[in-house]
Design a protein around this ligand. Structure first.
Ligand code: HEC
Ligand SMILES: [Ca+2]
Length: 286
């Protein structure tokens, strides 16, 4: 009932007035085309109208500046509660606090480091920035369902993980500050322990069974929920040149699982269980 009323209100009201309750608007059954066109203070609309058309010319793929990928599927995980590289004391997006969000500072030209975004292009219109601010003020929720790229049907039957940055088998410029993995459902954060998440360096030879591998101590944190975004951060120093293997356990004794205690389908064979293994290579260019 309440939802229907809100929807009716919002189709007729001005953008800013719509923002009061961002929840429920696009979550269920709303035709996809409806949110494109006019910019709305929700993440899918900002993705479709700003990030994809304006930013991904630079901010995509392994060479994305400062590791910030703004393509669909990566952007949310790398923005919300993710520290800025230029000013590490600030989050790129700090939910409910647009002034402290580095993304806004970069768009408004008030950031302490670097240029105003989009680089070498006219600044975004003030109304556009106001809508992005509103989305942050409303809590910066994710209405895209972005997570594992699994087929629609299996999405909620299986707990799937997806590598966001670095992507699988990717060669990325270093240093790499964190490895970001998303899931299609909310994970049980109490399972984030060293027996479940392991990062190893190859020892310089790109292989992981020659006996010279090195364990890299990491901290794992949940950056955001629903679906979960995991940031796996090397404890001592960012990752420099080598090949790396991240392993998240999907098997006993302790498997990563969701809140219903369903273990991840780490190896993607369509059945619960199996380790999630992500390999990537860091190259130092300087
Ligand atoms: C022409 C290439 C280019 C385009 C287009 C571009 N950027 Fe950037 N962006 C960069 C470069 C290069 C840097 C690093 C140097 C700097 O900040 O000036 C950067 C840095 C950033 C940072 C700082 C990241 C951090 O962790 O500190 C943010 C945030 C950002 N861009 C957002 C955007 C957004 C949002 C858009 C689209 C509206 C955009 N950029 C468009 C090239 C680009
Ligand atoms: Ca080796």
């Amino acid at each position: 009932m309440r939802k229907a009323k809100l929807l009716a209100l919002c189709t007729s009201c001005a953008l800013a007035a719509c923002a009061g309750d961002g929840s429920g608007l696009d979550e269920n059954g709303r035709p996809e085309g409806e949110s494109s066109g006019t910019l709305q203070p929700n993440f899918q609309s900002i993705q479709d109208n700003v990030f994809t058309p304006v930013c991904t010319g630079c901010h995509a793929g392994a060479a994305a500046p400062l590791g910030l990928r703004l393509d669909e599927g990566a952007s949310y995980a790398l923005l919300v509660n993710a520290p800025s590289v230029e000013v590490p004391s600030l989050q790129r997006v700090q939910p409910s606090n647009p002034d402290a969000s580095y993304l806004i500072q970069k768009l408004e030209g008030t950031a302490a480091v670097g240029a105003r975004m989009p680089l070498n292009q006219p600044a975004l219109p003030a109304e556009t920035i106001a809508v992005i601010r509103q989305w942050i003020t409303d809590g910066a929720s994710n209405n895209t369902g972005t997570g594992a790229g699994g087929s629609g049907k299996s999405r909620f039957e299986l707990v799937e993980l997806t590598a966001v940055s670095p992507a699988r088998d990717e060669i990325v410029p270093g240093p790499v500050r964190d490895v970001v993995v998303t899931s299609n459902v909310e994970l049980d954060a109490t399972l984030l322990q060293s027996s479940v998440i392991e990062l190893r360096a190859s020892g310089g030879d790109g292989t992981f069974d020659s006996g010279n591998e090195r364990a890299v101590p990491v901290d794992a944190t949940v950056r955001s929920d629903r679906p979960s975004v995991l940031a796996i951060t090397p404890r001592l120093a960012p990752l420099s040149a080598d090949s790396y293997e991240l392993r998240i356990s999907g098997t006993d004794p302790v498997a990563m699982a969701d809140l219903q205690a369903r273990p991840i389908d780490g190896d993607g064979d369509g059945a619960p269980g199996g380790d999630f293994v992500l390999r990537f290579t860091v190259e130092m260019t300087q």
